[in-house]
Design a protein around this ligand. Structure first.
Ligand code: SAH
Ligand code: SF4
Ligand code: F3S
Length: 475
């Protein structure tokens, strides 16, 4: 198994199909439009930009109104039961659209349809769904659409991915980004970590990295086009470029981001996500010595209990985690730290949960993303016998949130009186007053009085902190 895949282009059949659908759309009355709905993580957001890009290349106008679309694509997430149920409920609402407009094509993409039982469900219980397409097969979208445009059969077929199979890295797929000043940039796909609770390694397949040349070329093009904020994406960016023998022939993530941070232009680089077992001192040094790397580190902890971490197959201890935090803060005292926490993992005792709260009190994260454990079919933890009752999960979840709300507020208060670099990304109307909204380098939400427009980078003096937002004035 190799971490780098020789990148391939879109297959010729797909390119031909793209042109054929385009010809059909050019000949059609009006301009058929496509609607893409996204659930899940940033990686899915980035994939949806390719789905939109391919749709646009096929001659569809991109719309945000499903009721007028001739092509609807739902890019799904399988991380928790709730995410799947939300998608199913919205897909259910498209039934009547198809009834009133039989020419409508509905495709279900993404992580949900990399699971056999979900594909079967769409095939048998959602007869108005035309096809399913998992994330590793996005480049086949034109062929799926063309087949249905020609009156061919529905294609809800499960593509079995053997556990050791490394899918292709497909370069050169069309892309449609909504904004110029901010961009996602995938540097790798898949995951090899197999955390015991997580569905991602099963639905996204084995880890594979894009080449440094392809990544740098895309970054350069984005920056030349006015991008001010680039987020490098991967399920575990710290293992970018790793070969099966553990070597990094093209350099590691620290060297990649260091190289990108030396490109000309006024931009910031961010990255998600880092796994604590792989977050290196070299990365911390690189961040500290490049001001174009945003002062924000998202480092999922999941649990503060070593026993739970071991059962989660996370392969680090709380002490190891705290060591990284100490080194990050020593190198960059003003860094924003955020994390992910799972509450109610099987076997979590009150003492385990208390250990998580203790780490929150110690680290004082700026923000946490907290999740109630959701058993995922096919993952080891779903089979553990000691599942936690819902009532206990919810009670712990509420305590976690209450503690973190206090800490987030206290962390925000530290920004009062400071002047921060802010990327404006829109506006916010509050009590009849129009404010600019934006993000600080640390990734915090800020509302401010001023004349900045989306995409502008401005200096903002923070006047007041609230638990989840800063308020200030542009200077
Ligand atoms: N690759 C990233 C995150 C992927 S999923 C990483 O390793 O950090 C984002 C978050 O969802 C995870 O960090 C975890 O906190 C949460 N998550 C994943 N599977 C879950 C499950 N079965 N139940 C509840 N939360 C889950
Ligand atoms: Fe899931 Fe763990 Fe991989 Fe993150 S590192 S995607 S939590 S298996
Ligand atoms: Fe969800 Fe797939 Fe992302 S399961 S969190 S959309 S990788």
């Amino acid at each position: 198994m190799s971490a780098f895949r020789i990148p391939v282009c879109m297959p010729p059949e797909a390119v031909r199909a793209m042109a054929e659908v385009r010809a059909l759309n050019t000949a059609a009355d009006g301009e058929p439009s496509a609607f893409v709905l996204t659930f899940g993580c940033q990686q899915n957001e980035a994939d949806s930009e390719h789905l939109r890009g391919i749709a646009a290349e096929m001659g569809y106008r991109i719309t945000d109104r499903p009721e007028e679309a001739e092509l609807i694509l739902v890019n799904t997430c399988a991380i928790r039961e709730h995410a799947e149920q939300k998608a199913l409920s919205i897909i259910g609402q498209y039934k009547h659209l198809k009834a009133t407009r039989p020419s409508l094509i509905i495709g279900i993409c993404g992580c949900m349809v990399a699971q056999q039982h979900r594909v079967e469900e769409f095939k048998h219980s959602y007869p108005y769904v035309d096809f399913t397409l998992d994330a590793a097969s996005m480049h086949r979208l034109p062929e799926m659409v063309l087949e249905r445009r020609r009156g061919g059969r529905r294609a809800c077929t499960y593509a079995h991915m053997p556990m050791d199979h490394v899918p292709d890295v497909v370069e050169g797929m069309p892309i449609h980004r909504d904004t110029r000043w901010r961009a996602w940039l995938s540097i790798m796909y898949g995951c090899n970590n197999f955390c015991a609770y997580c569905i991602v390694p099963y639905v996204r397949g084995r880890e594979r990295s894009r080449t440094p040349a392809d990544i740098e070329a895309e970054a350069r093009a984005l920056i030349a086009d006015g991008c001010r904020d680039l987020t490098l994406l991967g399920q575990n960016v710290n293992s970018w470029g790793r070969m099966p023998d553990g070597s990094f022939p093209e350099g590691d993530f620290a060297s990649l981001i260091g190289r990108l941070a030396e490109l000309d232009g006024d931009f910031r680089l961010r990255f998600m996500t880092s796994h604590p077992k792989d977050a290196s001192d070299a990365l911390i040094e690189t961040m500290a010595s490049h001001e174009k790397i945003a002062r924000h580190f998202h480092l999922p902890l999941q649990s503060g209990s070593d026993a739970v971490l071991a059962r989660m197959n996370r392969r680090y201890t709380a002490e190891h985690y705290l060591g990284i935090v100490d080194r990050l803060r020593a190198a960059m005292p003003d860094i924003t730290l955020t994390t992910d926490i799972i509450v109610g993992f099987p076997g979590e005792t009150e003492a385990d949960f208390e250990a998580t709260l203790e780490i929150l009190r110690r680290v004082r994260f700026d923000m946490i993303y907290s999740f109630i454990y959701s058993p995922r079919k096919g993952t080891p933890a779903a089979e553990y016998a000691d599942q936690i009752p819902d009532a206990v999960k919810h009670e712990r979840f509420d305590r976690l949130i209450a503690l973190q709300n206090e800490i987030s507020y206290e962390r925000n208060l530290l920004a009062e009186g400071k002047t921060l670099r802010v990327l404006c990304d829109g506006e916010k109307v509050q009590e009849g007053v129009i404010l600019c909204s934006g993000r600080t380098d640390g990734g915090k939400l800020i509302y401010f009085a001023g004349n900045a427009r989306p995409g502008d980078v401005v200096q903002v003096k923070v006047e007041r902190a609230e638990p989840f937002v800063l308020r200030g004035v542009q200077i």
